[in-house]
Ligand binder design. Structure first.
Ligand code: ZN
Ligand code: ZN
Length: 243
């Protein structure tokens, strides 16, 4: 199915349309063998709150951007090579339903579909693309991935010392290793996490100790698999750019 579509006119047209929606700010997307598998609006859990983003699944990359005008204009394009992607289902919680994690070595985040059917379609298509790619390249799945950041709203006090209350003065920070929301004094240290940045990034006291002693166990105090997100300054949300 995928191979049959690869050079079809319809596929080229659709990819051209996606390129046009991103305009000159986007990357060229049409390359030989690339197929647009599907597209749709997903809710991406950002640092402050969930936000609607337009996603495009190709057979080798996942592209998303902010919606300026639906089906007409998108910006802040992000391109994720599928080869490095792992996905994991997320349990429904309150209004956040039909979600899953998209994890990569540099950046990991949760997205939510409108319905359970859409979720299972997205997840199965992504898995299929990833496994086809890995099969073709003979590579094995990426083991390491960046932490999913705990949203700011989930922590009113520091998740490490459990004491410091967050205020406009005592600001929230994110540990790049565990993704916890922590206070300044609990995250004074930086550590080099090469998969995320060429410069040392902010880590919490707990992770710093583990990293510097070479222990690589993940924190078991928190049941969820919240590890660290990227410290990339090109995050798609202006309010995500600080740490
Ligand atoms: Zn603290
Ligand atoms: Zn940490």
């Amino acid at each position: 199915m995928v191979d049959r579509l690869a050079n079809s006119e319809a596929n080229s047209k659709r990819i051209g349309f996606v390129e046009a929606c991103f305009g000159t700010a986007g990357q060229p997307l049409a390359i030989p063998g690339r197929v647009l598998i599907g597209e749709g609006v997903l809710t991406k859990l950002c640092r402050k709150k969930p936000k609607a983003r337009q996603f495009f699944l190709f057979n080798d990359i996942l592209v998303y951007g902010n919606i300026v005008i639906l089906k007409k204009k998108y910006n802040k394009q992000h391109i994720i090579p599928l080869e490095s992607v792992t996905i994991d289902t997320v349990d429904d919680e309150g209004e956040l339903r039909n979600g899953w994690l998209i994890k990569t070595p540099t950046k990991s985040f949760a997205v939510y579909a409108a319905t359970a059917t859409e979720k299972s379609e997205w997840m199965s298509h992504i898995s299929k693309c990833v496994s086809d790619l890995l099969e073709k390249s003979g590579k094995s799945p990426t083991g390491e991935h960046a932490a999913v950041w705990v949203p700011d709203s989930e922590a009113t006090v520091c998740m490490r010392c459990q004491k410091m209350k967050f205020t406009p003065v005592n600001r929230r920070h994110h540990c790049r290793k565990c993704g916890f929301v922590v206070c300044g004094p609990c995250s004074e240290k930086k550590f080099l996490l090469p998969s995320q940045s060429s410069k040392p990034v902010r880590v919490c006291e707990f992770c710093y100790k583990q990293l510097s002693t070479g222990a690589s166990h993940s924190d078991s105090r928190h049941g969820l698999e919240y590890s660290s997100n990227n410290g990339m300054s090109d995050d798609d949300d202006e309010d995500d750019s600080s740490d």
